[in-house]
Design a protein around this ligand. Structure first.
Ligand code: FES
Ligand code: FES
Length: 156
């Protein structure tokens, strides 16, 4: 298998790796770098569990290949908040009961983070649109939407 050298920034840290060209960004994040907050659901760009920010744009990292990562800036859930210092979006998810099994949660938080970075007062319709690439099979979405509304108020 052909390999590629990549230099990129992840959560404000510089990385240099050599990986097979068909490695996905999701595999780099989880398997090479051990950051397991980003989840693999479908592996086909459909569920949003693997959502990260890539050059400030939300992407499904299972569909980004290693050569595209060279020179990029990536932000994962680990770069948004920690257990000790959670981001207001993460706090709101907990407070509103928007987390059940939690598998989808990092992807939703990254999408909500992207939305609120661009639009600090989203309408419910804008929140639904901003989260439309993420699937949750536990919560029924209502509490997730409430959590994003709450976070948007607390971040003002
Ligand atoms: S794992 Fe990437 S979209 Fe489902
Ligand atoms: S909380 Fe289980 S899939 Fe969303």
């Amino acid at each position: 298998m052909k390999e590629v050298k990549i230099n990129f920034k992840l959560n404000d840290r510089d990385y240099k790796l050599t990986v097979p060209t068909n490695t996905t960004l999701l595999q780099i994040i989880r398997d090479q770098l051990g950051l397991t907050g980003t989840k693999e659901g479908c592996g086909k760009g459909e569920c949003g569990a693997c959502t990260v920010l890539f050059n400030s744009v939300i992407v499904t990292s299972c569909l980004v290949l290693a050569p595209q990562v060279d020179g990029a800036e990536v932000l994962t859930i680990e770069g948004i908040g920690t257990l000790q210092n959670p981001h207001p979006i993460q706090k709101a998810f907990v407070e509103e009961g928007a987390v059940q099994c939690g598998f989808c949660t990092p992807g939703f938080v990254v999408s909500a983070y992207s939305l609120l970075s661009k639009n600090s007062h989203p309408t419910e319709e804008e929140i639904r649109e901003g989260l439309s690439g993420n699937l949750c099979r536990c919560t029924g979405y209502i509490k997730i939407i409430k959590a994003v509304k709450k976070a948007s108020k607390e971040m003002q």
